[in-house]
Design a protein around this ligand. Structure first.
Ligand SMILES: [Zn+2]
Ligand SMILES: [Zn+2]
Length: 165
């Protein structure tokens, strides 16, 4: 074997190594979740701004833009990020209010027979006096209102010794 053959052999080895390792590396990369495009997700404006900010930092470090532009654009972006975060929080508060209003509208309030305080349907204990707000049917265990005389599920007459709760 002469020197030329050894050299060609080494060259081939160098070429082959990436081909052998390549598929493994490719596999590992495929397991990662696909990057989410900021445009594809509505309301992901903040992420977009932060990505732009990162690009800007990179451009500045690689001296693609001068310091004056960098400072100006960066300030703008930070402003925008702050605004976006603020409006996201406002939106969240608004949604929570809507959910609460919707929940209250969906459950008409009744009054506790003991203290008269209104409670929501589904409440088991009165928020005002702590008394039981449901009366279990002795036959089917359905939760009736304390004032009910007959079970609203199976129709039997509820006796006086109802299991409360
Ligand atoms: Zn009460
Ligand atoms: Zn019943």
């Amino acid at each position: 074997m002469n020197l030329g053959a050894i050299f060609i052999g080494l060259a081939l080895l160098v070429l082959v190594i990436p081909l052998v390792i390549g598929p493994f590396r490719g596999k590992r990369h495929r397991k990662l979740p696909p990057p989410i495009s900021a445009d594809a997700v509505p309301g992901n404006h903040r992420q977009q701004v932060l990505l732009t900010l990162r690009d800007l930092d990179f451009d500045y470090q690689t001296e693609k833009i001068n310091e004056e532009d960098y400072t100006r654009v960066r300030t703008q972006l930070l402003f925008e990020a702050a605004n976006t975060i603020q409006s996201e929080q406002q939106e969240k508060v608004r949604i929570e209010e809507l959910v609460r209003a919707g929940r209250e509208a969906a459950s008409p309030t009744e009054k506790c027979p003991q203290c008269g305080r209104p409670f929501r349907a589904g409440d088991k204990i009165c928020p005002g006096c702590g008394s039981y707000l449901t009366a279990r049917c002795q036959s089917c265990n359905h939760a009736n209102q304390p004032a009910d005389k007959f079970c609203t599920n199976c129709g039997i007459r509820l006796n006086d010794r109802l299991e409360q709760g």
